[in-house]
Write a protein that binds this ligand. Structure first.
Ligand code: MN
Length: 308
């Protein structure tokens, strides 16, 4: 068993369980980001949050020769962290703090927007011709969501080899990452014909997204591009794969604050969303990204009323 959560011993687990495990299959929906086709696994109509995780885009795998499949022009964020994780290829991140990072597979690019930041994400001119990864957002809790923005790039995250596979921690206590509410994320590799068992924190809700191959959980076949919501109260999961498989596991304590999302903003009220949009359109609050050549993205034309 991996050491993702050493405090959750089996004996303690049932007593600590706070909700019922489920295994709910929620198909991701096709969308696009710039010219890049993506599958959006969060938010979905049936599931807006998994702990503080509020957004999950899956892109690739794709191969290219002369094109630049990722070219996301300057755009603003508030109230969230962006998490970029690659399986193949590379992305260059620039932001209005002056940060520059070349993100490669196995490295975490973590941008904390706080009260406001501008960034770009691009395929670098020198590249492998591959692109395959995910981008997630974490909703920031009220106590820190208006703090100053920050950027962190992690190149040495914990990797644990198990008999049945590999656990690569992306975020959480084991990774020492910069985060603000109880959460975890890991990439799991299950070797061909093996199984991989992991302890989980039963006070977290969890979800799984298959990235490559297929896996089986409790007799159910799990396939790519479907978000499998696992609910609360799980002390462990035991995944098997007849192929070799890679998957993303996310989890966190249920996020107790109301979250409103619109465009690139995470807030609490529609007034906050409108103010952020107006500030972007009038060149306030969000500085420019000097490293990017080209126009910035325009905000959509209106803020819809929140659905309650
Ligand atoms: Mn962004």
């Amino acid at each position: 068993m991996s050491n993702l959560n050493p405090s959750a011993q089996p004996e303690e687990c049932l007593a600590a369980a706070q909700g019922a495990p489920v295994l709910q299959a929620l198909p991701a929906r096709a969308s696009s980001l710039g010219g890049l086709s993506i599958r959006r696994a969060l938010p979905l109509r049936e599931r807006r949050l998994v702990g503080p995780w509020c957004f999950l885009d899956r892109y690739g795998p794709l191969s290219f020769l002369d094109s630049k499949p990722m070219d996301v022009a300057p755009h603003p964020h508030i109230g969230l962290q962006t998490v970029s994780w690659l399986l193949e290829g590379e992305i260059v991140h620039h932001d209005s703090l002056g940060s520059e990072a070349l993100v490669r597979p196995g490295q975490l690019s973590l941008m904390t927007a706080g009260r406001g930041i501008t960034h770009t994400e691009e395929t670098p001119s020198s590249n492998s011709g591959q692109l395959n990864g995910v981008q997630l957002w974490v909703a920031l809790p009220d106590a820190v969501r208006n703090d100053a923005p920050a950027f962190h790039h992690y190149t040495d995250l914990p990797i644990v080899e198990e008999p049945g596979g590999i656990v690569h921690t992306i975020m959480g206590p084991a990774a020492g990452t910069h985060h603000f509410s109880p959460l975890m994320a890991a990439e799991l590799q299950i070797h061909h014909g093996h199984s991989l068992a992991l302890p989980l924190d039963p006070s977290f809700e969890h979800a799984l997204l298959i990235l490559e191959g297929e896996a089986t959980l409790e007799g159910q076949l799990l396939v790519p591009d479907v978000l499998y919501y696992l609910g609360l109260g799980r002390c462990a999961i035991d995944l098997a794969s007849s192929t070799s498989s890679r998957c993303l596991l996310i989890g966190g304590a249920p996020f107790q604050e109301p979250v409103l999302m619109w465009w690139n903003f995470v807030a609490r009220t529609s007034e906050e969303l409108t103010a952020a949009r107006d500030d972007w359109e009038t060149n306030q609050r969000f500085p420019s990204v000097d490293a990017y050549r080209g126009p910035r993205l325009a905000a959509p034309s209106f803020v819809p009323r929140p659905k309650r």
